[in-house]
Unconditional design. Structure first.
Length: 547
């Protein structure tokens, strides 16, 4: 009995030793797991850069080639290259996004943005894709939708695009409809409800559990017939979760499928600055469109800008109204004419209108549901001043009218692209990139937008040029020989001249992993654009940082 306490003591010591060994083993396992995550993160970052760098050159140059004179056969080849490259970069993005979400290395970047124009811009893309397939697309925005909200528009766009393009892909007859409505949300939040309905092939009940799983397709024959990796819906569901929402399959049958998306956004932090409308206030506008809703939306927008509006439902009525206004000595300033008028094509009115001397100052805008190669030149030859694809966003219409107001006839045809390029003043920009193809690509994009461009091939040269010459902004690649973009940025920020040290510096990089942008901002950069370069995103970033 005397030895019993010693026996208990020995047992306790053994148990403590075993626990300590278990804790040490667990610690080693956690450290090994963290090391594997770090290694996977570094591998993904490297692969992201190495894949995006050449893809930027392939996709960018192919798009530029498409804008040059090509015959039908050559145009078909280029379109095939662009389509394949876009499919590849989509797959790369999906795999990287999924890996980052699973590794917990994914965060949203909230900003204030206008909901209506956001969905209208997406609708232009969706309508073109649907029209090319011979089906319809419709966007319906709730009348009480908030004007401005705070959220991550890039990730919201990803969710909507995944669902709508899936609907287009699996629909051969009928069409796809996107409805956007406000809904209830937690206190201090803005709720958003989206419904995406298509008239496609539907989803069999036994396959619905696979929809939000990795590489999930209804079945393998579907994947072979329609293409795609099946990652899109899973990523969209994960992104919706990050926005305190979810995606659910509301209905599906042989007549089509309906997905519903619930999300939560935040109220805006600041009131958005309103674009000036003084230039066209008091002008007179004729809208010739036989679609009542389309004509009404355009008319309501124009009236908000102080424009006097009249509508016509046919080519004959439009021509009569314009001629009568000229006879009265009160001609219209603008006429927006839809090509698909019921009695005759709207573009055929151009020569007839231009034959009336009293309407010489009238600015003619043609709207079309879908354009074809060579359309713009033909339209300008028929006397039109602008060529816009429907649906026309409010900002594009306003900028187009302002651009045409007071302009002399016979100038450059106004299009969606030219409207975007003319926003902002001409700038002097420096591009630092050691890849000659990517450097040339960015230069062409910026020069076509009216900016002057200088180039260097490493960070050290960028520092020297900024120290000796004035620039409005610097586009800085991150990975360069001699001196990388981060170190070059730090040295520019340390320059003695405040006007040189404070120049906006935008990272133009193939690095797209979570945290890469934080490294750039920590070094002193003020903007971040990933490769392959999206022309609109690049110009928008430059305009915003140099405003």
């Amino acid at each position: 009995m005397v030895d019993q306490p010693e026996s208990h003591l020995a047992s306790g010591q053994d148990l403590a030793a075993e626990n300590a060994a278990d804790i040490a083993a667990l610690r080693r396992a956690l450290e090994a797991a963290e090391q594997r995550l770090d290694e996977r993160g570094r591998f993904l970052a490297t692969m992201s850069h190495e894949l995006r760098e050449p893809m930027n050159g392939v996709l960018g140059m192919a798009r530029l080639l498409r804008d040059t004179p090509l015959d039908a056969e050559q145009g078909g080849y280029v379109d095939a290259v662009i389509g394949s490259a876009e499919a590849l970069i989509t797959l790369i993005n999906d795999i990287l996004d999924l890996s980052r979400i699973d590794a917990g290395q994914f965060a949203l970047n909230p900003v204030d943005f206008a909901l209506g124009p956001f969905f209208e811009r997406l609708a232009i893309l969706f309508e073109r894709r649907a029209t090319a397939k011979g089906i319809g697309f419709a966007l319906e925005l709730g009348p009480d939708l908030p004007e401005i909200a705070r959220g991550d528009p890039g990730r919201l766009r990803q969710i909507v695009t995944n669902l709508v393009t899936n609907g287009i892909k699996f629909t051969s007859q009928g069409g796809v409809r996107l409805e956007v409505r406000p809904t209830a949300a937690a206190e201090g939040r803005l709720g958003l409800e989206l419904r995406i309905a298509d008239t496609g092939i539907g989803i069999p009940p036994e396959c619905r559990d696979l929809l939000f799983s990795p590489f999930g397709q209804a079945d393998q024959s579907t994947a072979r017939l329609y293409g795609g990796s099946g990652l899109g819906l899973m990523i969209a569901q994960r992104l919706a979760g990050l926005m305190n929402g979810r995606i659910r399959l509301e209905a599906s049958s042989a007549e089509g499928t309906v997905f519903a998306v619930s999300l939560e956004l935040e109220p805006p932090q600041e009131t958005a600055q309103r674009r000036t409308r003084a230039a066209i206030a008091g002008c007179r506008l004729l809208i010739a469109d036989d679609q009542p809703r389309s004509a009404q939306v355009t008319a309501d927008l124009a009236r908000l800008w102080g424009v006097e509006v009249r509508t016509a439902a046919s080519a004959a009525e439009a021509f009569t109204v314009l001629q009568e206004s000229a006879d009265r000595g009160a001609p219209f300033d603008f006429a927006i004419i839809d090509r698909a008028l019921p009695d005759q094509r709207g573009d055929t009115l151009g020569p007839r209108i231009r034959a009336i001397p009293a309407l010489a100052a009238l600015k003619l805008l043609l709207t079309v549901a879908a354009g074809v190669r060579g359309d713009a030149a033909a339209v300008q030859g028929m006397g039109f001043d602008a060529y816009l694809q429907k649906p026309v966003t409010a900002s594009t219409l306003l900028d187009g009218l302002q651009q045409l107001h007071g302009a002399d006839g016979g100038g450059e045809l106004v299009t969606v692209h030219s409207v975007g390029e003319r926003r902002g003043r001409p700038l002097r920009l420096l591009i630092a990139d050691d890849n000659p193809v990517n450097c040339r690509l960015a230069g062409i994009m910026l020069e076509r937008a009216g900016h002057a461009v200088a180039t260097v091939v490493n960070g050290a040269e960028a520092v020297e040029r900024v120290a000796s010459e004035p620039f409005d902004a610097v586009l800085m690649d991150v990975q360069m020989p001699v001196m990388g973009g981060l170190e070059a940025t730090r040295r520019i920020r340390a320059l003695a001249d405040p006007s040189r040290a404070g120049v906006p510096i935008i990272a133009i990089t193939a690095n797209a992993m979570q945290g890469d942008d934080a490294d750039c901002y920590a070094a002193g950069m003020t903007g971040y654009v990933t490769k392959p370069i999206d022309r609109a995103a690049l110009l928008e970033t430059i305009d915003r940082l140099t405003a």
